[in-house]
Design a protein around this ligand. Structure first.
Ligand code: SF4
Length: 218
């Protein structure tokens, strides 16, 4: 009897420039999975909450291979909601891909295989989702992982600064302070970081500066 291939609900697969994290600027294939348990105030991928097509992990792998690019970012939505994501990651690992997974921080990140670079949000108060964080995830971060604050206001910035110090985050992982697009200016956030001598990395959503008129597939 043949085994049924694991399925994932996929919103979109596309090749673009990685716009976030300390890998910003590299070509990357994005696999956006459907569904999210959060509702961040600044969410720019609301279309991924429900829209999607069921694909087997082998179909997804074959689509990825068609792009001829060795960097793959699995994102959402919240990709950890679909348990078969680990099956896809194991297939990608066997094919020697560099794998990034972007997660909202509310689900245990240790479900992910070790091969993955985890890019985890720490939701700031203005997102409206800070109470949903799984704070145990902080202890699970590894040096190769990245933790990302998306900052919408001075209040968010001060909060992110306090959390960074409280958990000594810069000793644990790469720490990103990102601009919530359209909420604060990059130079404002840059000024605060420099004034406070923080050892964090300023992040812009590069894809939005390259393709300001596109909402999907970037
Ligand atoms: S976690 Fe990401 S996809 Fe989910 S609501 Fe927040 S910004 Fe949108």
């Amino acid at each position: 009897m043949s085994k049924i291939a694991p399925l994932l609900c996929v919103n979109e697969i596309f090749k673009s420039i990685q716009g976030e994290s300390s890998y910003a600027g590299i070509p990357c294939v994005f696999v956006r999975l459907t569904g999210c348990n959060l509702r961040c105030s600044y969410c720019d991928t609301t279309y991924a909450y429900d829209e999607g097509t069921r694909m087997s992990v082998y179909e997804i792998l074959s689509t990825i291979k068609g792009y001829d690019c060795k960097n793959v970012c699995i994102t959402g939505g919240e990709p950890l909601l679909q348990k078969s994501v680990t099956k896809l990651i194991n297939l990608l690992k066997k094919s020697q891909y560099k794998i990034f997974v972007e997660t909202g921080g509310s689900i245990n990140i240790d479900m992910l295989p070790k091969a993955v670079i985890r890019i985890m949000d720490i939701k700031c108060p203005d997102s409206g989702m800070d109470k949903e964080m799984d704070w145990d995830n902080i202890e699970k971060l590894k040096v190769r992982d990245e933790a990302k604050f998306i900052i919408s206001s001075k209040k968010d910035y001060e909060w992110a600064k306090r959390i960074t110090r409280k958990y000594k985050l810069t000793d644990r992982a790469q720490i990103l302070f990102g601009v919530a697009y359209g909420k604060i200016k990059p130079k404002t956030l840059a000024g605060w970081i420099l004034k406070d001598r923080l050892e964090v990395r300023l992040q812009l959503q590069l894809q939005k500066y390259i393709w300001p008129d596109k909402a999907r597939g970037i």
